[in-house]
Write a protein that binds this ligand. Structure first.
Ligand code: SAM
Length: 219
């Protein structure tokens, strides 16, 4: 008898369903990207740290925001950029963002960052996105990262030591239940970088891990 393997849903359908069914919470919101995007304590230190980095340049950077979500975070960074290109896989969310957030140097695009050709910029921001994706998808994103000078990557990872990059099916959950988390410098991704610096860290209560933001400078 042939063994049945579980065929994952396409990521676009999965992410659309997460918003439709409010699987990341926010029952009173039209779209809600999760507590990581709304909890004041988590959001404030992140925005302050990224703001300080962006303000350290005499000429503002061009920015790509991969998996921009409900834009509760990105909206604070737009004024600090020369151009801000925000991308998400969920079409209705991108249409909603286009109506809500307007600036001459702000663009929203509905793209799959693991499949589509991506715009160029000085700096790419990927915040709590890779943690939801399978290793093959992360691999295909990582291959495109050398095109950017700076990467600001935020991942929810376990406290202490853990085995990085255990594979998951893309979706609502993350690797934390398997006591794993994404580390793009480790196998199978092995991204080569020039420099790295931790910009922010938020330790979650009840041993639920930590949300860490690292600035990578590329070769
Ligand atoms: C947990 S939310 C984080 C949103 C935002 N970065 C933040 O920190 O507030 C993850 C977002 O990534 C988007 N996403 C997931 N896979 C994607 C893909 N392959 N291409 C583009 N966006 C994707 C989801 O639709 C969702 O909006």
């Amino acid at each position: 008898m042939a063994t049945k393997t579980k065929k994952p849903w396409p990521t676009k359908a999965v992410m659309t369903q997460i918003y439709d069914m409010k699987l990341w919470g926010g029952k009173d919101f039209d779209f809600y990207s999760g507590t990581g995007s709304h909890d004041t304590e988590i959001v404030t230190t992140y925005i302050n740290a990224v703001t300080a980095f962006l303000k350290s340049f005499s000429k503002p950077l061009t920015i790509c925001d991969f998996g921009c979500g409900d834009f509760n975070i990105g909206k604070h960074l737009v004024p600090l950029s020369k151009k801000y290109i925000a991308i998400d896989i969920v079409k209705a969310l991108i249409e909603r963002n286009q109506n809500l957030f307007k600036a001459a140097h702000l663009e929203f695009h509905c793209l799959d960052i693991a499949k589509d050709q991506l715009p160029t910029a000085d700096c790419v921001i990927i915040r709590q996105v890779l943690q939801h994706l399978s290793n093959p998808e992360i691999q295909s994103i990582v291959t495109q990262l050398q095109a950017y000078k700076y990467l600001i990557l935020t991942e929810h990872i376990p406290l202490g030591n853990f085995t990085p990059n255990k594979d998951i099916i893309s979706g609502q959950g993350i690797r934390i239940k398997q006591h794993s988390g994404v580390n793009i410098l480790e196998a199978p991704f092995n991204l080569k970088i020039k420099n790295k610096k931790q910009l922010d860290e938020h330790i979650l209560e009840n041993n639920k891990g930590r949300i860490v933001t690292i600035l990578y400078t590329m070769f």
